[in-house]
Design a protein around this ligand. Structure first.
Ligand code: PMP
Ligand code: GLN
Length: 375
């Protein structure tokens, strides 16, 4: 009967709840705990009193679509048609779900790279598709031999999340070239590019599917203002895709949500006139460096972090427990919440890795590091 018989409560809810119960510092679920930009607060306070409380057009507030198109042109040099190639979604979660449920039919295979964000597999299963999990290399870079071998004549889509949650790795030029070479032979395969952390990269600027002429026609790009503007709870994201793909996705979208909440769209639209996205990476790079410095002498081993607001660590020197049990112990005995990485694998592969979210005030990071350094 169940469409999702093996899916349980999301690890983000489980860990955040446990952190609350034990009064632990919550570096598990990814959300900022620092105050919002005063300019956005002022815009929001004024806008809530304006007459903006009814439905926006189905595909999104026209001024917001216009500003995203301008930003896409400025950032990536891609000219997007606001009427036919864009859709405002209720966060990237709904964007991902809509894209998958529009194109994946019963029995279609979807390649998902492990470890992967937790919403892809259930979205494929609800569509009646078959998730095919392909492991990344041990250093979390993509393994193109494995990707190529996993492709069959039933493969409909590959999901690529870059910058990558949970590992913080990002794709390089040569990664894109390798993907282009493989997909040239498989014109039927669509790409779902989850780029929600597009404005949070450190080692190199983000390479977007928007800038890949060989792939862009078959790619649906999902992004989210939750990450770029630090408002995860507003749940405003968007999809960009060529007209033929977008036309079909709009049909599904209109019966899933019809339109996304008007207040946030108005506020974000106005805020986009003043916000500088280049500040986002700078701010998070400083936080990453702070957190890494604070725990560099601890018994946790830091993995590379090129983007996102997640730092992965190995705890081999501390415990041989599995990562779920160790993450719980860390909350209960040491007062710091994290996310165990094994939950992002299909086979619960346990490499003794935890993910810490550093989208936190400096005080929170310092307090957490103090505890982690004592272990
Ligand atoms: N994709 C990835 C990789 C994410 O990390 C998140 C948020 N945690 C989402 C999608 C969902 O974004 P939203 O909160 O905008 O739905
Ligand atoms: N994307 C966030 C994370 O990775 C959590 C989103 C959620 O709670 N569903 O932590």
């Amino acid at each position: 009967m169940s469409k999702l018989p093996n899916i349980t409560t999301s690890i983000f809810s489980v860990m955040s709840q446990l952190a609350n119960e034990h009064g632990a510092i919550n570096l598990s679920q990814g959300f900022p705990n620092f105050p919002e930009d005063e300019r956005l607060l002022q815009i929001s306070e004024r806008i809530i009193r304006e007459n903006i409380h009814q439905y926006t057009p189905m595909a999104g507030l026209p001024s917001l679509l216009e500003k995203i198109a301008n930003q896409t042109l400025k950032q990536y040099g891609r000219k997007v048609n606001t009427a036919t190639e864009m859709l405002i979604t209720a966060g990237a979660t709904q964007g991902v779900f809509t894209a998958i449920n529009t194109f994946v039919n019963h029995g279609d295979e979807v390649l998902i790279l492990d470890p992967s964000y937790d919403s892809y597999e259930p979205s494929v299963l609800v569509a009646g598709g078959k998730p095919v999990r392909v492991s990344l290399n041990d250093d979390y870079t993509p393994n193109f031999n494995r990707i190529e071998s996993a492709i069959s004549n039933k493969t409909k889509m590959i999901v690529i999340n870059n910058p990558h949650n949970p590992t913080g790795r990002i794709w390089t030029e040569s990664d894109f070239e390798a993907l282009e070479t493989i997909l040239e032979k498989h014109p039927q395969i669509l790409i779902l590019g989850d780029e929600v952390y597009e404005y949070i990269t450190f080692s190199q600027p983000h390479i977007s599917f928007n800038t890949r002429p060989k792939l862009v026609e078959r790619t649906i790009i999902a992004s989210s203002f939750g990450k770029s503007l630090h408002v995860t709870g507003w749940k405003v994201g968007y999809l960009i895709a060529t007209e033929n793909l977008m036309f079909e996705m709009k049909k599904v979208h209109q019966f899933l949500v019809f339109s996304v909440n008007s207040f946030s769209q108005h506020a974000i639209s106005e805020y986009l006139d003043v916000v500088d996205f280049s500040e986002v990476s700078k701010m998070y790079q400083r936080k990453r460096d702070l957190f890494q410095n604070l725990i560099k002498d601890s018994r946790f081993e830091l993995m590379p972090c090129d983007g996102t607001y997640f730092q992965v660590v190995n705890y081999n020197q501390i415990s041989s427990k599995n990562d779920v049990d160790f993450a719980k112990e860390l909350i209960v005995n040491h007062g710091v919440a994290s996310i165990p990485i094994s939950v992002f694998y299909n086979d619960a592969t346990d490499r003794h890795m935890l993910r810490f979210c550093f989208a936190k005030t400096d005080e929170t990071l310092i307090a957490a590091a103090e505890k982690l350094n004592q272990i």
